[in-house]
Design a protein around this ligand. Sequence first.
Ligand SMILES: C[S@@+](CC[C@H](N)C(=O)[O-])C[C@H]1O[C@@H](n2cnc3c(N)ncnc32)[C@H](O)[C@@H]1O
Length: 391
Amino acid sequence: MEHNPAEIFFDKLSQVIDRKELIKLVISNQKSKSSDLQNIIITIAQLKRGYRLNFVYRHKTKDITKNYEFTEGIELIRKALVTDFHNADLFSNLENTSLITTPAGKVKMSVHPPTMRPVEEFHHDKVKSRVINTVGNIYLRELEITNANWEVRREMSDKYKQINRYIELLEPEIKDLTLPSGYHVVDMGSGKGYLTFALYDYLANTLGKVPVMTGVEYRDDLVNTCNMIAGKAKFSQLRFIAGTIEKVELEKIDILIALHACDTATDDAIYRGITSGAALIVCAPCCHKQVRKEMNVTGELGNIVKYGILKERQAEIITDTIRAMILEAFGYKTKVFEFISTEHTPKNVMIVGRKMVQENPDKQKIFNEIKAIRDIFGIGKHYLENLLLLK
Ligand SMILES: C[S@@+](CC[C@H](N)C(=O)[O-])C[C@H]1O[C@@H](n2cnc3c(N)ncnc32)[C@H](O)[C@@H]1O
């Protein structure tokens, strides 16, 4: 019996889709050269409602993305090959398969060894699946974390891991919060917005609780780029504003994030969170210059600040210990932990405070203990302590 190449091709396609081994299918070579649709790229997407075929329809000036159930998607592929395109190139973990219709209408199929890196994303036993989905996620592509085929670019894989890790860490903290509708989230010192976009994506699309979210950043160029990306991603409740952490006007703050905000900018951010009564404050401090400059250790303890790098580490520990104690003093249950391995960034401590009580009865006792620490290390003031006590 003679086998029909198109049927063999579609059998193979169904199998690789079912086994989640489809790397991509490219439908190309238009039958009508005047068509605006250049090609269609199909991959598998893991959405909240299950696996879908993700179609990117690539037009001359825009891309349109749609997700379909497997059966419906395969039917659309068949139709596209009958009416609009001559070629289908299937890249799977096992092989590359091409189906070509010649101008004379003859259908040919060829099979070659695989040329693309196998899909591992969907094999949970082999590779951990990530909270932030890549396929169809426009902001990741605009931030150049993924390429045109929605694959994580090799040089951005650390950044991609970092944002996923960050969302994984925040997940249990946020899931348990009772948040009012239209709750406000602010990211202080949002920079290029990697983590701001990822958090908005998680809150709005995974948790289904759309926040009113603001990224605050004093660099206009970054603010403009981030607003442009938020528009493209259709993140309608996310905006970036040019301003300083200290002075920016915000309606209210339910969740405050400040990641790698330099030196005392972290203190300014915590101050804004505490004084707004934020339910959750998350910061990953950056440098710790203020306390290091103030440290004046004499006597037996002098040796612990004798070596530059160790003095820097001491300053870091003291600064962040006092920040955590201050959060406790203002009624926040506080955790301090490593955010991501030092292989990805040396600035890897995260402080998370969750508001538990309006008034901590031990507040004064905590401030006395802070003073005792300052006295040991000859530190006249801690910037955050001053902000809170002097204002
Ligand atoms: C090291 S980057 C971190 C960016 C982002 N949060 C992240 O973790 O990827 C710090 C950002 O904070 C901004 N920044 C620092 N101090 C600030 C302040 N006082 N007000 C507003 N933005 C500030 C800087 O311009 C920079 O873009």
